[in-house]
Write a protein that binds this ligand. Structure first.
Ligand code: 5GP
Length: 116
C-alpha cells in the first residue's frame, strides 16, 4: 500500500508543498513542533534510512540541497536549523517512507546531552 507521503506526491492527499521536482518533494508537517517544520521526502519509496542503497546517493544529496534552499526561502538560513532523519522504532519513525525533518524558527533544544 502506498505510504501517506506517496499519496501526497501523487496528489491524492493535500499538503502545503514548498518544493517539488521529479526526485524530491517538501511540504509542511501536519503537526509542526517548531515554527518551521518541513518534511523533505524522496519520490522513491525508500522505507527507512536502513534501506538506503548506494544508488540512492544522488537523491540523498539532493535532499540536502533542497533543505538548504527551502530553509533560505523560509527565512531561517542565517538563524540556522536542524535536519533529522528518524529510523525505525528506536529512532522514533512513524511514517515508513524515508523523510528528513527541517526544523527551525527558534532554537532547537539539545537531543544529545552535552557532557559537563
Ligand atoms: P517520523 O516520526 O516518521 O519521523 O515523522 C513523520 C511526520 O509526518 C510527523 O511529524 C507527522 O506529523 C507527519 N505526518 C504524518 N502524516 C502526515 C500527513 O498526512 N501530512 C503531513 N503534512 N504530515 C504528516
Amino acid at each position: 500500500m502506498a505510504s501517506v507521503f506517496t499519496r501526497i506526491i501523487q496528489g491524492e492527499l493535500p499538503a502545503r508543498i514548498v518544493f517539488q521536482d521529479e526526485r524530491v518533494i517538501a511540504f509542511h508537517d501536519i503537526h509542526p513542533v517548531m515554527p518551521v517544520h518541513i518534511l523533505i521526502v524522496p519520490v522513491k519509496e525508500i522505507p527507512t534510512a536502513d534501506d538506503i542503497t548506494p544508488e540512492d546517493e544522488g537523491v540523498l544529496g539532493h535532499m540536502l540541497v533542497v533543505a538548504q534552499k527551502v530553509a533560505r526561502e523560509l527565512g531561517i538560513g542565517d538563524s540556522g536549523y536542524r535536519l533529522i532523519i528518524n529510523c525505525k522504532h528506536d529512532g522514533g519513525q512513524e511514517v515508513y517512507h524515508l523523510h528528513m525533518h527541517l526544523l527551525g524558527g527558534q532554537r532547537v533544544g539539545p537531543i544529545i546531552a552535552k557532557r559537563s
